[in-house]
Design a protein around this ligand. Structure first.
Ligand code: FES
Ligand code: MG
Length: 581
């Protein structure tokens, strides 16, 4: 039955009232346990109970400020008459987790959904930011269906070393190539190490983290402007408290996620992603998030938006110069959205209770080089293109703005690697027979093959090529790549080779052709030969025999449908709901 949103909720209608209101033995237990924590009856009874889902951990440097920030959120909840409880949620940090944080995105999503459903929560503030935490939290909270606000961690300060500004990820790759080419001393290398990440907050390039928080805000899931505020700016504390105040109102208004994540809101998020020069990972997560909300977003929809949306955020790695701190000073995401307002559906409702258009009123761009005018974009089309062909019948993605234009139409012989260690050994071999036209291929690196769809897609350039002075080459894999990566990298080849996608049939020496304007990626091998190879192909043994990996491998979908689990799909069946116990 559709929910009735026409009236404000009464205290007895709160979800938490089922735990705390009845005069029975179980409710007596629930109330007495909150009193055990030092709360008086009046602190929680009849008030919205707000879960503050905090992905803090001492192994998540991007969320280092979340312990204090949770206090700011709670302060806001109390100010608005709610009752705040902080709960830990799986802290997926991007830098330490092996084999890859992507193996665990769906674990966070499941945890979020089940913890919201199982606890007496009327509304939730989700605290995330580091890459997979945004989609993980949002996927779970969407399925749980209670009102929520997303509080992004915010970007860290610009990196700095020896008078040079450093960008997360991008500069690490760049200087690593210089080190491998023999151009950096040990001292310089250690100096870079200390200077590239100087404060709490997420990577400050337009990597996956800032792409995903921009997507969440554009979709209406964060308060206006929240995604651009640097983590250590005092405004971030004020924003945290504002989230706390607002979620209490949202509970009374019954402003549930199904009213916010509509097809138009998903489209807005995709347009904004393209205009910001988004990470390729955005494709996978946005598709998953849309589908959880019942919006059947496809790769083709994204390619179509990519063709019509100019890239206006001049932020690295797609932009040339600036970082997230500059973006904030230039007006941030609200200013960017104001600039492309004509491409957005401004009637979409946001968690603020106002329409997107209303939240953009008064937004201004303060620096036209950081947020470019439509007449002078960084790139005339959006940041992503979707390819198809006999190597990727279900699609592959490439970031045209981040690769040397000479690769946009390119043909060359393949060098194929079956595993990361095999490839690593070969690229360090200075006698490797490789030229600038070669196409380097890594397979068995997809959702099941990786396992977990690791960020290996920016394959390291062979030393032999670096020494010849080259800094880019065409690379193809069924892996993802970091949002801070760059180069002529074709990613997310679907179906992946591990499950028998055509990439599994490619051999070293076969010619491969990329035609970006035509959106094609093909191996120039005739069909009869491909059929022969297919008949001889033997499926590899599963990667896992037990545990989470076993479950992941059996239920994860391919890249083109967002890598969600088949049994978490919105159309899979009804959630168990809330049994009367
Ligand atoms: Fe956390 Fe990049 S490592 S956002
Ligand atoms: Mg990343």
């Amino acid at each position: 039955m559709p929910r009735d949103h026409s009236t404000k909720k009464n205290p007895q209608d709160l979800r938490s009232a089922r735990w705390f209101a009845p005069d029975d033995l179980r409710s007596f237990g629930h109330r007495s346990r909150l009193m055990q924590l030092g709360h008086a009856e009046g602190d929680f009874r009849g008030r919205p109970v707000i879960g503050v889902l905090n992905t803090w951990s001492e192994l998540n440097s991007c969320h280092a400020h979340f312990r204090e920030r949770a206090q700011d959120v709670k302060r806001g909840v109390t100010q608005a008459g709610g009752f705040a409880v902080e709960l830990p949620a799986l802290s997926l940090d991007e830098s330490f987790l092996k084999p890859t944080s992507m193996l665990y995105r769906n674990m966070l999503a499941m945890e979020t959904e089940e913890m919201i459903r199982a606890h007496p929560l009327d509304g939730v503030v989700l605290m995330g930011g580091c890459d997979k935490t945004t989609p993980g939290l949002v996927l779970g909270a969407t399925s749980a269906g209670v009102p929520f606000v997303y509080l992004p961690a915010g970007p860290m300060l610009r990196g700095n070393y020896a008078g040079k500004t450093l960008g997360s990820g991008s500069d690490a790759w760049k200087y690593w190539d210089e080190r491998r080419a023999g151009n950096l001393t040990d001292e310089e290398w250690v100096g870079l190490q200390g200077g590239i990440a100087r404060s709490a907050g997420v990577c400050m390039t337009m990597g996956t983290a800032s792409t995903m928080t921009a997507i969440a805000e554009a979709m209406g899931l964060s308060l206006p402007g929240a995604s651009s505020i640097p983590a250590v700016d005092a405004e971030h504390q004020r924003m945290a408290a504002a989230c706390g105040r607002r979620i209490v109102e949202m509970v009374w208004e019954d402003l549930t996620p199904d009213r916010i994540i509509t097809p138009a809101a998903v489209r807005n998020a995709a347009v904004v992603a393209m205009a910001t020069g988004c990470s390729t990972n955005a494709v996978v997560h946005l598709i998953a998030m849309a589908r959880r909300a019942g919006v059947p977003l496809t790769l083709d929809d994204l390619d179509a938006l990519g063709r019509t949306t100019p890239l206006v955020a001049n932020i690295r790695p797609s932009g040339q110069k600036y970082l997230m701190e500059d973006f904030y000073y230039a007006g941030g995401l609200r200013a960017l959205m104001k600039r492309i307002e004509d491409m957005l559906d401004t009637s979409c409702l946001t968690v603020s209770g106002r329409t997107l258009g209303e939240t953009l009123e008064g937004a201004k761009v303060f620096d036209d080089d950081v947020i470019r005018p439509l007449s002078n974009p960084v790139y005339h089309e959006g940041s992503l293109a979707v390819l198809r062909g006999n190597l990727c019948p279900d699609g592959a993605v490439i970031k045209p703005a981040a690769c040397d234009p000479r690769f946009h139409v390119h043909e060359g012989p393949a060098i194929v690697f079956d595993s990361y260690p095999e490839m690593k050994k070969a690229v360090d071999d200075e006698s490797l027979d490789v030229g600038p036209d070669h196409v380097m291929v890594l397979r068995n690196a997809g959702p099941q093959g990786g396992p977990g769809f690791p960020e290996w897609g920016m394959l390291p350039l062979p030393k032999a090529l670096l020494k010849q002075g080259h800094r880019d080459m065409l690379r193809i894999s069924d892996a993802r790549m970091s949002g801070t990566s760059y180069g002529a990298c074709v990613l997310h080849v679907a179906p992946e080779s591990f499950v028998g996608g055509p990439l599994a049939l490619l051999r070293t020496g076969d010619r491969v052709r990329l035609d970006l304007p035509a959106r094609r990626l093909d191996m120039l091998v005739d069909d009869a030969e491909i059929a022969r190879r297919r008949a001889a192909w033997v499926a590899p043994a599963p990667r896992y025999e037990r545990g989470w990996g076993w479950m992941f491998e059996r239920h994860v979908s391919q890249a083109d449908t967002g890598c969600d689990f088949d049994f978490l799909r919105t159309d899979f069946g009804r959630a168990a709901g809330e049994p009367e116990i």
